[in-house]
Design a binder for this molecule. Structure first.
Ligand code: CP
Ligand code: NVA
Length: 308
């Protein structure tokens, strides 16, 4: 049994196996109806709990569909409707759920909720986003990059804007998959040193460049995310927007990257804020492939967790 808690906590060879399996099972399903079962049914007779303490479209639907395609069943739970939201400890919740279900995916605020859940559960626990990281998203993003451009190893990724949870998992992936990363954004929103330090300790070149035009020089991939994350207070919105406006990804910024640079965004996006519609809907954008690949990457992650 394996938990999938974060990219830096999973062995690089295992991460590579997950990506390869995601790619193979995606190919095997090409042209089939979305509700068709896979050839193999590795989750047959398995029940998966999907717990959400924050809103979600992609994570919720892609996990649910993925489990069903693999022959399993799901139970989608809202944190606030559970006793979890009314004082029952995480440890007790983990022990109880382990008596009913074979795997738990949780999207939560504080990452200690995730780590405690994993510590006390007898079944695998998957991180569906916390305030600090979003590993399933970046597994899908690595798969997406490699489908379009081949191995991500040695490439230059530029993260624009807020050094948030998705950026943190990208930095973990830089270390584990061997690519370089430049962060460009205001100093107040730099990624935590811990995340950059991890990637550097694995030999990746990690840079911080305040000038977005200098940052994207030679970039193979440019990534943006919302300027106000679900865990950020709405009262900080105006201040954040003012700080982040110079980092908007638009055609002018894209023209300073490599000609074949890709654009990614985990979505949901705020059009004309962190990125223009021209870029989102333009030829370099692979945002909807990323969204699709959540399904394929997570199916492989779930199989890895269960050894199935
Ligand atoms: N990218 C992502 O995790 O989207 P949702 O918030 O819709 O799940
Ligand atoms: N950084 C965003 C990602 C949403 C998928 C958030 O945490 O709200």
């Amino acid at each position: 049994m394996n938990h999938f808690l974060d990219i830096h906590k999973t062995d690089p060879a295992e991460l590579r196996k997950i990506i390869d399996q995601a790619s193979a099972t995606k190919q095997a399903r090409l042209g089939r109806p979305k509700a068709a079962l896979d050839d193999e049914l590795p989750l047959k007779d398995r029940m998966v709990a999907l717990i959400f303490e924050k809103p979600s479209t992609r994570t919720r639907v892609s996990f649910d569909v993925g489990v069903r395609q693999m022959g399993g069943q799901t139970m989608v739970l809202s944190g606030k409707d559970m006793q979890l939201g009314h004082g029952e400890t995480i440890a007790d919740t983990a022990r109880v759920l382990s008596r009913y279900v074979d795997m738990i995916m949780i999207r939560t605020f504080d990452e200690t909720v995730l780590t405690e859940m994993a510590e006390y559960a007898d079944v695998p626990v998957i991180n569906g986003l916390t305030d600090r990281t979003h590993p399933c998203q970046i597994m899908a993003d690595v798969l997406t990059y490699e489908e379009h451009r081949g191995p991500i190893k040695g490439k230059k990724v530029v993260w624009t804007g807020d050094g948030n949870n998705v950026c943190a998992s990208f930095l973990h992936a830089a270390g584990q998959f061997g690519f370089d990363m430049t962060f460009t954004g205001p100093a107040q929103l730099d990624p935590e040193e811990e995340f950059m330090g991890f990637a550097r300790s694995k030999g990746s070149t990690i840079q911080v460049e305040r000038d977005p035009f200098k940052a994207v020089e030679g970039a193979d991939l440019i990534v943006a995310d919302t300027w106000v994350s679900m865990h950020d207070s709405q009262s900080s919105k105006e201040r954040r927007h003012n700080m982040l406006r110079p980092y908007q990804v638009n055609d002018h910024l894209m023209s300073h990257a490599k000609d074949d640079a890709l654009f990614m965004h985990c979505l949901p996006a705020h059009r004309e804020e962190e990125v223009t519609s021209a870029v989102m809907d333009g030829p370099q954008s692979v945002i909807f492939d990323e969204a699709e690949n959540r399904l394929h990457a997570q199916k492989a992650i779930m199989r890895w967790c269960l050894g199935a």
